[in-house]
Design a protein around this ligand. Structure first.
Ligand code: PRP
Ligand code: MN
Ligand code: MG
Length: 196
């Protein structure tokens, strides 16, 4: 834990090494299941670190013997959280012009966490209009919560308990993204970085 967050996180829930091991397994699975060029779509900001490490792991597999998978990249900005609560308003930003690039592609959406599932349901509904050939979703985390709308992604890294988690690009009001491990926020950290 970096010194600047020492008092702001409680426990480490998933250490960085374990995240990387799991991502290597997911990369292996994804490489084995796709046969055409895959357009990997990063859901910013939270999905950035998982996207970067997953793509690296897919590339690394491609340099080893055996099956390789060509990938292209897209980036989409989706936001709905304020403090530790979903506002229910899912804002999606990407230009019409860029969205045309989704047509007839095999898309893998890469997300950090499915919590209530609102973000992913809204994003999938939104992307339908741009006629991708296929759409699958990889989420590093899925939260076990009664607030879930029942959405389950195609590829999952870990299931996590119903606690607010930060680190590995998951944030609380844009803090804690610069933390390698996935951690539980402390009461102190929650108060320190709270917004009105
Ligand atoms: C967070 C997280 C997921 C989504 C999950 O994004 O990164 O995208 O919320 O929550 P849900 O399943 O309840 O919709 P956020 O709105 O915080 O934007 P960010 O990725 O920029 O942090
Ligand atoms: Mn997000
Ligand atoms: Mg966030």
């Amino acid at each position: 834990i970096p010194e600047h967050y020492e008092e702001d996180v409680g426990n480490v829930l998933i250490p960085h090494g374990l995240i990387m091991d799991r991502i290597n397994k997911l990369a292996q699975l994804i490489t084995s299941e796709f046969n055409e060029r895959l357009t990997v779509c990063c859901v910013l900001k939270g999905g950035h670190q998982f996207f970067a490490d997953l793509v690296n792991a897919i590339k690394k597999r491609s340099t080893q013997k055996g099956k390789t998978l060509p990938v292209s990249f897209e980036f989409i900005r989706v936001k709905s959280y304020h403090n530790d609560q979903s506002t229910g308003k899912v804002q999606i930003s990407l230009s019409e012009d860029e969205l045309k690039d989704f047509k007839d592609k095999d898309i893998l959406i890469v997300e950090d966490i499915i919590d209530t599932g609102r973000t992913m349901k809204a994003l999938l509904e939104f992307l339908k209009d741009y006629q991708p050939r296929t759409v699958k979703v990889a989420s590093l985390l899925v939260k076990k919560t009664p607030k879930s709308n029942g959405y389950i992604p195609d590829y999952v890294g870990f299931a996590v308990p119903d606690l607010f988690v930060v680190g590995y690009c998951l944030d609380y009001n844009d803090y804690f993204r610069d933390l390698d491990h996935i951690c539980i926020i402390s009461d102190k950290g929650r108060a320190k970085y709270a917004l009105q």
